[in-house]
Ligand binder design. Structure first.
Ligand code: PEP
Ligand code: MN
Length: 355
């Protein structure tokens, strides 16, 4: 094993015996049961250890301890999200065949929130016809006010699944809490973690660790720096490792940040798209709807994201935006979504992935 004193060691355990395996590891490394700042448990089957004072010879034995599944070593500056020199982006497959981060941009579109079976069915057909590759729709909605509609919950997930059945589009929807992760994973193809939860570290890990191995779409926090955003992705990737899932499965989404510029709801940080792509192998998409706050601005921001090299878009679309229960002001109708789909083909090097 190639570990140095300045390394982070990640150890995963087989699920049946994590407690005893952890104890063996602690003993081997001379780490007592008392809290130790170098040692951190993430869930029950993954620990990370900072190797500052550990005997290198001892490390050779970690992989042979009973119950240890895998051992990884990262230098202090290395991360799972980091792009290795010369390496390319790792596409993420959603559903049976849609790919984010492949040769052409992938558009995920749908309502801000699922309102009824008919509503989501209609919109799914509409976006599929225009060339979207996946359907979005919130069922557990983070709302700034506790008096606003907060989604249909599991009923909405059922409607999303019905829309997938009808159109073949994989579905993307948000989990707001650790307790919702398995439910969302069981219905949806991608678990969205929203901006407000980008720093909810236990949720990030558990979303990555969902038992069905569903990929995660992670939105940038309202005031998150690039490194905070990427470290959040690292939590999700660790979650995936904890279930021995080595497939790439995190999509990053720029959705606007809060600045002093009042002209848009949030300032769309289009420049962060190539910055992220330089630093990570994870695909990066743009959400032009939430920063725009107003539907007339959405197409320009969508085109800008694609022109900047985004691997796709997440767009809010509604059959009757003026009467949407949530975020209608920024939702495109069928005609403007179709136009956007046509336009972004001109801004991307190749075709747009069809559903
Ligand atoms: C959404 O995409 O439905 C959403 C709530 O977005 P954000 O987390 O970016 O505000
Ligand atoms: Mn919304």
């Amino acid at each position: 094993m190639n570990c140095s004193y300045e390394s982070i060691m990640i150890v995963t355990f087989v699920p049946e015996v994590p407690n005893t395996a952890r104890q063996h590891l602690q003993k081997l490394l001379g780490i007592s049961d008392l809290p130790d700042p170098r040692w951190r448990c993430h869930g029950s089957s993954l620990v990370t250890v900072r190797l500052e004072a550990v005997d290198k010879v001892v490390l050779e034995h970690v992989g042979n301890l009973p119950g240890v599944r895998r051992v990884f070593c990262l230098s202090n500056k290395e991360r799972l999200y980091k792009k290795k020199v010369g390496s390319v982006r790792q596409p993420v497959v959603i559903g049976d065949h849609a790919v984010v981060g492949g040769d052409c941009p992938t558009v995920i579109a749908g309502p801000c929130s699922v309102e009824s079976r008919e509503q989501v069915m209609d919109i799914a057909e509409m976006v599929a016809e225009a060339g979207a590759a996946a359907l979005r729709g919130g069922c557990f909605k983070p709302r700034s006010s506790p008096y606003e509609f907060a989604g249909l919950g599991e009923l909405g997930l059922e409607y999303m699944a019905a829309a997938r059945e009808k159109t073949g589009l994989p579905v993307v929807t948000e989990a707001l809490a650790v307790s919702q992760v398995e439910t969302v994973a069981s219905w949806a193809d991608v678990i969205q973690i929203g901006s407000r939860n980008m720093s909810n570290f236990p949720l990030l890990f558990e979303a990555g660790a969902n038992s069905l191995g569903k990929p995660v779409l992670l939105k940038r926090g309202l005031a998150a720096s690039v490194s905070e955003f990427l470290e959040a992705a690292e939590y999700v990737l660790l979650g995936r490792l904890s279930t021995d899932n080595l497939q790439p499965g995190v999509i990053l989404c720029e959705r606007g940040i809060r600045t002093f510029a009042p002209a848009q709801r949030f300032t769309f940080d289009v420049g962060v798209i190539p910055v992220l792509q330089q630093q990570t192998h994870l695909p990066v998409i743009g959400d032009p709807s939430h920063p725009a706050g107003e539907r007339s601005l959405v197409p320009a921001l969508g085109r800008a994201a694609i022109a900047a090299g985004a691997d796709g878009l997440l767009v809010e679309v509604h059959r009757d935006p003026d009467h949407a229960w949530c975020d209608g002001d920024q939702s495109l109708d069928a005609a403007s979504f179709k136009t956007l789909m046509k336009d972004i083909k001109r801004y991307s090097a190749t075709e747009v992935t069809a559903g």
